[in-house]
Write a protein that binds this ligand. Structure first.
Ligand SMILES: Nc1ncnc2c1ncn2[C@@H]1O[C@H](COP(=O)(O)OP(=O)(O)OP(=O)(O)O)[C@@H](O)[C@H]1O
Ligand SMILES: [Mg+2]
Length: 317
């Protein structure tokens, strides 16, 4: 769902340096100056490998750590505005809940913390629990719940005060495919109800199916931001070529195509820019062309192109 009323998050040159080293005398840039905005109504994916600065950004937005520079506004208000907390829900990366509590008790506690009107509290707790499909387990101790169920309780905690903006740090990590699917569906539903969702992840397929836009971060630095389809267009494409005639394999392999033969049928994948040369080689070798299909680039291809190159340069250095 996309509605452009006002930015839900506006970040201008926000940065964070951590003191490191034995004497705390060295500085490490956890987040280099970041400028980014997230529109109201968006599902925004914040992508990056370990140590990219995702959690640092979320903690800055929540006021849990102080920026070394820059500013940010949430729903038009300054970060330091205490009122803004009422409109934000947050699921931390590794939530720690007392495991002898039940979901109902936990949510009641968070509803108190986030200032839900006492008269509304029971209804808010029941609504949040129902919202994540956990009503039936409301009185079961948390230690008896599966990881997927715990994650849903964590999301219920983030929405118990009906926030406009929900920040989720790695909401799908550690879940099996069914658990991931459930969280993905839930994020989508919350968005359809009008909430803006900003979530960090390194699971690219989840971001690809869910997000209106994504940002890619590496080593504290923004590497790209945009609509997933636009980012994918920046990745140089590949084509799949299928033909009859094994004789042409050596010519195509020499061009750099990856060929797989099944009997006389050959399937090859090669960069789009080599297509003309490949078709010429097929003609020369009297091969019978069956089909040419563009191979759809994935967010993973983009990610590897933007982040992977740096990593492989490091490994060989
Ligand atoms: N409290 C801290 N003190 C020192 N350095 C820190 C601190 N917190 C984070 N860092 C460093 O800042 C960088 C960014 O960390 P951050 O936790 O934001 O990354 P991330 O993208 O959330 O990674 P992950 O996917 O592992 O959760 C890392 O190099 C990390 O070591
Ligand atoms: Mg993190």
């Amino acid at each position: 769902m996309l509605a452009t009323l006002m930015p839900a998050i506006e970040i201008h040159g926000l940065e964070k340096s951590y003191k490191t080293g034995f004497f705390g005398n060295k500085l490490k840039q956890g987040l280099k100056p970041l400028t980014l905005s997230v529109e109201e109504g968006e599902v925004f994916g914040y992508l990056g490998p370990n140590g990219a600065g995702k959690t640092t950004t979320l903690k800055l937005l929540l006021g849990l750590v102080f920026p070394s520079g820059g500013t940010a506004r949430i729903l038009g208000r300054d970060l330091n505005d205490i009122e803004v907390k009422r409109f934000i829900g947050f699921l931390p990366e590794q939530p720690y809940f007392y495991d002898h509590l039940t979901p109902l008790e936990l949510l009641d506690y968070y509803a108190r913390l986030s200032g839900v009107d006492p008269r509304e509290r029971k209804r808010s707790v029941d609504t949040a629990l129902a919202r994540v499909g956990m009503t039936a387990s409301g009185k079961t101790q948390l230690r008896k719940l599966s990881k997927g169920m715990l994650q849903r309780v964590g999301i219920a905690q983030a929405i118990v005060h009906n926030p406009k903006l929900v920040l989720l740090d790695e909401p799908m990590s550690g879940l099996d495919p069914i658990g991931r699917r459930e969280v993905r569906d839930l994020v989508q539903e919350l968005n359809e109800e009008g909430k803006t969702i900003f979530f960090s992840t390194h699971i690219l397929s989840d971001a690809e199916t869910l997000c209106d836009r994504v940002a890619v971060l590496n080593k504290g630095e923004l590497k790209g931001v945009g609509v997933v389809a636009d980012l994918l267009r920046q990745v140089s494409g590949e084509v799949e070529v299928v033909w009859q005639g094994a004789k042409a394999i050596s010519a195509l392999s020499a061009l750099g195509a990856r060929c797989h033969a099944t009997g006389d049928t050959v399937r090859a994948v090669l960069p789009e820019r080599l297509l003309e040369a490949a078709l010429d080689a097929l003609r020369v070798n009297h091969a019978r062309l069956t089909r040419v299909t563009p191979v759809q680039a994935t967010l993973e291809d983009y990610f590897l192109a933007r982040v992977g190159e740096e990593k492989s340069a490091e490994v060989t250095a």
